[in-house]
Design a protein around this ligand. Structure first.
Ligand code: ATP
Ligand code: MN
Length: 464
């Protein structure tokens, strides 16, 4: 008999019709005469209640129905006698597809997230991670839908790159060289001419530079793919492998870019509220009581926009008034997460877009302001998270860009193609990068970025 997904079964009007469901046992309780089995198949946070009359089934078979076991159940869908659910399944046939021993790591309720990370291959079977990864899926759908509806083309940028000047972070090297027999030249260097690509290559830290090529041809593009940073930052907001969304649009200035970022994030949060109501309600109840209020708040309020310099003034005043930060605050400093969160959570109490950062702490490709000191950068700062988006208007002047590259002594020998965008029909353009997992952190209320990607990669950890 054709399987009915539990999400669909629960939406049916119960009239005693026979259906088959398949899934994993969450709990089993009961008396001598009747057993109640909560079955979940991942299609929804909700379980279907299976009612099994003990006398109808083989006792040995019933003993195999333990937490985590996989079952196929056929029966009649009826209105539920008990509270908590509207329908339940009166079992006629039960087949144990896969037994599950008591050493099943998700057997006990209420394990710590730390424990579950060590069993990340099985944590997917829990309510919390089911909710998180259904939401993650819906957010990916929201992103594609938003950009498609706004005239942005999905553009694939390479994962292996030969440019070592993307500048966004430390890179993982890619090589097929035999590290056991690594030959060095006389001056101690490695000769890459016989390596796979004939030159040093790495995993990308950002698709932006190639994205700019796409935008200055197709008008507007976005990337959505994995990025890699070998930074040894063991924080709840950094992964070594994470997914990034990078829209890039020709003829956009920094204000268009900010409008896009704000509208886009609000669309995604609204999409979650509309498409993930059950999972959000669960997370709000079990993980973070403020979650739904926070999501509604972001959708309903304008983000505050101010310059980095204005932000520094506020933070300096906070220090003067006795607020203690771990890291010092002065004009020119790269803001720490505590500073960003102070602006968002304490001062403005809403999302903030900071613009016009000192050029020294931002990337070479950002457009220089007339003051010669700041660049047209924009960071979107969120409650709980800090930076969720980083972006800028790009320097479109060939001469200014080249001057900046020389000033910073950036190795550009492999980057002639990037400079060509400024030689052949250069145009104003802007873009930004949104860390997908930071968005998921915000939308789920989870505290640690390792818990919003199925298989996290962090320093010292690449299990599963
Ligand atoms: P941060 O200051 O938080 O380390 P960044 O300034 O290095 O971030 P960008 O280079 O601006 O980050 O990258 C764009 C976006 O990608 C960030 O706003 C953030 O959402 C996300 N991001 C950056 N690094 C990581 C990481 N290691 N893990 C997860 N997301 C990240
Ligand atoms: Mn940034």
């Amino acid at each position: 008999m054709k399987r009915t997904r539990i999400i669909d079964a629960l939406a049916l009007t119960a009239s005693g019709q026979t259906i088959t469901v398949k899934g994993w046992v969450r709990t089993r309780r009961g008396s001598k005469s009747v057993n109640f089995i909560a079955l979940n198949d991942g299609s929804t946070i909700k379980n279907i209640q299976i009612v099994a009359d003990v006398e109808k089934f083989d006792a040995d078979m019933l003993r195999l129905i333990t937490t985590g076991a996989c079952l196929s159940v056929s029966g009649r869908l009826v209105e539920s006698q008990g509270g908590g659910q509207s329908v339940e399944l009166q079992a006629d046939e039960i087949e144990v597809l896969g037994t599950c021993g008591s050493e099943f790591p998700m057997q006990k309720k209420g394990q710590t997230f730390e424990y579950m990370r060590q069993h990340a291959h099985m944590r997917l079977r829990t309510n919390t991670f089911g909710a998180v990864f259904r939401i993650r899926h819906q957010m990916a759908m929201a992103i594609h839908r938003y950009f498609d509806e706004h005239g942005f083309y999905y553009f694939h940028t390479p994962i292996i790159t030969a440019s070592d000047c993307e500048g966004a972070g430390q890179m993982f090297q890619v090589t097929t060289k035999n590290l056991y027999k690594l030959e060095k030249t006389e001056d101690g260097k490695i000769d890459y001419s016989d390596d796979f690509f004939g030159k040093p290559t790495s995993l990308t830290v950002s698709g932006q530079l190639e994205g700019e090529l796409g935008a200055t041809a197709l008008g507007a593009i976005y990337t959505f793919g994995p990025t890699f940073r070998a930074e040894n930052s063991n924080t709840p907001r950094h992964l070594a492998e994470f997914w990034m969304i990078e829209p890039e649009a020709a003829f956009y200035d920094i204000n268009d870019n900010m409008d896009l970022a704000e509208d886009f994030i609000k669309f995604c949060v609204k999409y979650a509220l509309e498409h993930c109501a059950d999972d959000l309600a669960f997370l709000c109840k079990m993980i973070d009581p403020g979650l739904l209020d926070r999501l509604h708040f972001v959708v309903e309020h304008d983000f505050v926009r101010l310059t980095y310099t204005e932000g520094i003034n506020i933070l300096e005043k906070a220090v003067a008034d006795g607020h203690k930060f771990e890291f010092p605050i002065y004009w020119g400093v790269d803001l720490a997460s505590e500073h960003e969160r102070y602006l968002v959570e304490t001062h403005f109490k809403r999302p903030v877009i900071l613009t016009d950062y000192p050029k020294e702490i931002k990337a070479f490709y950002m457009k220089l302001n007339d003051d010669g000191k700041t660049v047209r950068a924009m960071d979107v700062l969120f409650p709980q998270i800090g930076e969720i988006i980083g972006g800028s208007e790009r320097e479109e002047s060939y001469d200014k860009l080249l001057a900046r590259i020389k000033e910073l002594d950036i190795p550009m020998k492999d980057m002639w193609w990037y400079l060509d965008t400024r030689r052949f029909g250069s145009c104003p353009h802007s873009g930004f990068g949104l860390g997908f997992e930071r968005l998921i952190l915000f939308v789920t209320g989870m505290q640690n970025i390792r818990d919003v990607i199925p298989f996290p990669r962090t320093p010292g950890s690449a299990e599963f």
